[in-house]
Design a protein around this ligand. Sequence first.
Ligand code: ATP
Length: 316
Amino acid sequence: APEIVTFGEAMGLFLADAGTPLAHARRFTRTLAGAELNTAVALARLGHAVAFAGRVGDDPFGDDVRATLRAEGVDAGALRVDPSAPTGLLTRDQHGERRLRVVYHRAGAAGSRLTAGDLAALPIEQARALHVTGITPALGPTARAATLAAVERARAAGVPVSFDPNFRARLWSAEEAAKVLRPLALAADLVLAGEEEACWLSGCDDAAAAATWFLRRGARAVAVKRGARGAWVADGERALAIAARPVALPVDPVGAGDAFDAGFLSAWLREQPLERCGAVAAAVGAACVQSAGDLAGLPTGAELAALLDDETEVDR
Ligand code: ATP
């Protein structure tokens, strides 16, 4: 049985050549995106047995989602093909520093039509963790119901829930989102949130206070992500700042949060101490920032071990 199960909308991504603003981009690399897909692939590369569920269209992008999951060793047995809607797409540019432009073509796409019934094929009860993000409940009423039902199934079976709010202002208002994301965060064992989201959902002023707020309400561990400033991590016993790993030339910051989630969850399931969970998460996040696209930079277990040992030897 898969150790970690997750679900969400996987999309085709047209990524503009580095450094070219989207409006002027003529050349694109086609790859895949989707927060839960990114985290699933990152976890598989780190050596975990992972299953991913969702809906894709009956089109080449959906085929690519399935083929990529298979190639990465992610169980796609619960991935459904929806014959009446296309696979969602997005296009964006990539820069280390300047503001990114992202254009979505995902409204009404197959991924948004996910239902609780689709997740019957996902072995949540047999897993060691369910990873959920706040994107899926923003996609539509059935996807929202599916998310809530999945979390209920995990809780009823005593399976830990890992949750990243991943608020997307393009999909719903902050007011509507808070009503759904706050209860989801309070149902989670592991809360992995950006600093702004953590403060917003908790009503606290800073990362440390926000982490304490979630811990007091049932979380077993919390990571508050602060981009190039690292993260604040806390569990019932300890709380500490995790430094970001220095990245001299950030290529593409998108996906770092999803990668960080995978690193933290991986170390947490392996019962590593809090400090190590944070260090692994930061290393996986930093590796993501150093490559174009969401998936290319994700390290294997061996690459991660080398990073954490600070091996500077070059393979040749
Ligand atoms: P997103 O969902 O946009 O990826 P996020 O808020 O979930 O954002 P970030 O805080 O941007 O996630 O990044 C997650 C982690 O990745 C950080 O805590 C940090 O460890 C690492 N990271 C991100 N950006 C950088 C960077 N420029 N240099 C080094 N590490 C980084």
